[in-house]
Design a protein around this ligand. Structure first.
Ligand code: DOR
Ligand code: ZN
Length: 380
């Protein structure tokens, strides 16, 4: 496949190119030769970026397939420009053993849509007893009780010690946010561990993380699109929408580099469940245009967004993608970065349409999503 006359944007910058893909891998960025016999994609006027990698979403399988299943969630993800998603473990039953992790990995391979990192619970059924880390690490190196807080300090202390000893990653849902982030970072001063903080939403949390990073503590964190898109929205999500001051602090924290990752926290729920108070927003299809609108308004670059949506998550998951270079997997997204349009939840492929920003202007349209050289979504 050849993608011609396209603007290449990734963490390393922006430059024009002609990308050649052979057997799923990028083999040339500046091809000038004869191109008959190849599948040619005319990219002029468009931008090609590394496809996105979501460190945090909910695909609801097993048990809540009426909200989302792997197939609908991954098709939605591809529409949003993602080729790799990490799915949280707050399913029914909770994914807390190797069989359940493997079952989802096998299913995802069969589907052939996105690549999947199935996250496993940190503790059995989100209780006090740890899962079988060593055994489960044959399938996944990411553990999280997302959806609920790890309440006991000691549980987090020992989990962090294990994460370092065995080399796995903990994604921490902190609720209440400020207190729990303070506690977790306090633990890290004594006990080094591999900790990533989910969906940071408050000004004060940013201050705590910045201070810890300044002191040399190794920790990473993410945001979700809705928390920088708008403040004080009356719509249930955990963590809740912040004040305008919080939103501004998050944007400043992106600029200064305190926030590492732009995730989604895609949390599909049926209308009935939302009416009963289920927290969350269905957003994986519109995460990029939500982020890009806010980045654009705040003089943050597309390169920076690419770093936060692709490059850094690839590094954290140890994937050979997330940037556009010879030898990297051809996981790419073709984008019209200039297009502004209204979000339409009725176009969602996701089974769930719970997003409060229906009818709001967003920026940047995904035209095509390519995974290892194969077109998985095409909207040209
Ligand atoms: O809003 C949220 N929804 N926050 C969470 O932590 C969990 C998620 C869900 O699973 O619906
Ligand atoms: Zn969470």
């Amino acid at each position: 496949m050849i993608i011609k006359n396209v603007e290449i944007v990734d963490v390393h910058g922006s430059r024009p190119g002609n990308i050649v893909i052979q057997e799923g891998v990028i083999t040339d960025l500046d091809y000038q030769g004869d191109d008959y016999n190849e599948e040619i994609i005319e990219g002029s006027g468009y931008t090609i970026m590394p496809s996105f990698i979501d460190l945090h979403c909910h695909l609801r399988e097993p048990g809540y397939e009426y909200k989302e299943d792997m197939e609908s969630g991954m098709k939605a993800a591809l529409r949003g420009g993602y080729t790799h998603v990490c799915a949280m473990a707050n399913t029914k039953p909770v994914i807390d053993n190797i069989e359940l992790v493997k079952k989802n990995h096998d299913k995802s391979k069969k589907l052939g849509l996105c690549d999947l990192t199935q996250i496993c619970a940190l503790t059995k059924n989100f209780g006090k007893e740890y899962v079988e880390f060593k055994e489960i690490m044959q399938e996944t190196k990411v553990f999280s009780n997302d959806g609920v807080n790890v309440n006991e300090r000691e549980t987090m202390e020992r989990a962090l010690a294990y994460s370092k000893a065995l080399d796995f990653l903990i994604l921490s849902h902190c609720e209440p946010e400020v207190e729990t982030v303070r506690r977790d970072l306090d633990i890290l001063k004594e006990i080094p561990g591999n900790l990533h903080i989910c969906h940071v939403s408050e000004h004060e949390t940013i201050n705590i993380i910045r201070l810890a990073k300044d002191q040399g503590i190794e920790v990473t964190c993410e945001i979700a699109p809705h928390h920088i898109f708008e403040s004080e929205v009356d719509y249930k999500v955990n963590p809740p929408f912040g004040r305008e001051q919080d939103r501004k602090a998050l944007i400043r924290a992106i600029k200064e580099g305190t926030i590492d990752i732009c995730a989604t926290d895609h949390a599909p729920h049926s209308k009935e469940d939302k009416d009963q108070g289920a927290p969350g927003i269905s957003n994986i299809e519109v995460a990029f245009p939500m982020y890009w609108k806010v980045f654009n308004e705040n003089n943050l670059s597309l390169e920076k967004l690419s770093e936060m949506m692709s490059y850094k998550p690839a590094k954290m998951l140890d994937l050979n993608c997330g940037e556009i270079a010879v030898g990297k997997e051809a996981n790419l997204v073709l984008v019209n970065t200039e297009k502004e349009y209204l979000m339409d939840i009725n176009k969602f492929i996701s089974k769930s349409k719970n997003n409060p920003f229906h009818g709001t202007i967003i920026k940047g349209e995904i035209l095509m999503t390519i995974k290892r050289g194969v077109i998985k979504y095409d909207n040209r």
